[in-house]
Design a protein around this ligand. Sequence first.
Ligand code: HPA
Ligand code: MG
Length: 222
Amino acid sequence: MSTDMAADQRKEPGVVIKDGWSGYNLELFNYPEHYRGDLECVYIPHGVIMNRIECLARDILEDIGHHDMMVLCVLKGGYKFCSDLVESIKAQSRSANRQLTTRVEFIRFKSYLNDQSTEDLHIIGPDDLSMLKGKAIVDTGKTIRALLQHVETFQPKMVKVAGLLVKRVPQGTAELPDYVGFVIPNRFVVGYALDYNEYFRDLNGLSLLQQCYLTQHCKKTN
Ligand code: HPA
Ligand code: MG
């Protein structure tokens, strides 16, 4: 492949999943028995996620140069993505014989109730992020804008944002993360550490919920 083609590919916002995508038949996949009847389909299988993460790790490694890397993982939903991404970055740097120091910190937001985003956003995490100064950060999370504002106050040398999923929402952010796994329709997905009221994080891949599950298990929002 020519270098020009490789550069062009980097301009892609991520793997785009079209509106009509109805996922894979659930019964063709192995999934925990206790979720039988709750899921509609496997939306993005685990292997596809892992392959995509390898590509993001390659791009990050290329961009990070010889900087140390401080990773700020957004819990809880970002923990698998963060962990798999960091492992892939480390593996690829080892096989390229590159020295890379990585450090991971964790931060938490609470902004979702049921499948709806709420207005209040609380950052729960280390108060002192001054260790970010002069480091390159890759943030794995969705609530980017609020976090970036917070992070910038510690004057890091370079800040990069990685997100596994970007949703095509009507009032969506114009700013994309620097590294995007998949651009998906505005559907509520669970699995791969993403939850619905704390359930389904233990699914390997990303799935859609049955509509009847959403209506029966909805907690009151007010
Ligand atoms: N699933 C789980 N948590 C989320 C989602 C989602 O689709 N979007 C934002 N938080
Ligand atoms: Mg959640």
